[in-house]
Design a protein around this ligand. Sequence first.
Ligand code: ADP
Length: 210
Amino acid sequence: MIGLGRFGGSLAVQLARAGCDVLGIDHNPRRVQRYADDLTHAVVADTTDVEALHQLGVPEFRRAVVGIGSDIEASILTTSLLSEAGIERIWAKAVNRQHGRILERVGAHKVVLPEHDMGERVAHLVTGRMLDYIEFEDDYAIVKTTAPGEAVGLPLGETRLRTKFGVTVVSIKRPGQGFTYATPETVVQRDDILIVAGRREQVEEFADRT
Ligand code: ADP
């Protein structure tokens, strides 16, 4: 994990908790100190220095994440050095789409835009009835939402939600209970929470219904 800022630090700790061996690198000794107890190794180095990367054995790693954001030059240079070193899977954080495109060009296999993506996700949650929202590729999404009034009191098979909205109710949760698979016989109740899948505009339209 290169760059132990807010993004890189949380990601590195999460990976270490999940049982991965994590080498955290940052040129700021305070950042390294902060994560020293949580990671397998945490070292101070400038990752734009190819020699430093080799001394740390970085080319031996199968996966690397570049979490440097605001210093775009360092982010691009580090990503290209990791690519030249033959790392199998490089993830890189971008601060905007243009930065992301350059990272892909210099060898990042997967680019993430955490602030942009989180902004989009929160936008879905602050409007309408959505409680959670995950978007996949090709405009497909899964949302957690409350039940629309028109479905309450009816078995799912009779609500015709699929015909009307093109969405599929995957799972339902009653207050105080866990999620269960939804069947055509499941009767929707007022305070139920629904997990609904479908094309992005369709789940959005569904979740905007009161
Ligand atoms: P965040 O918003 O996630 O905190 P930042 O871009 O502010 O992201 O932080 C990135 C981290 O990357 C910082 O801790 C910074 O010290 C580190 N960093 C920046 N440039 C280099 C570099 N050349 N080598 C190693 N670490 C770097």
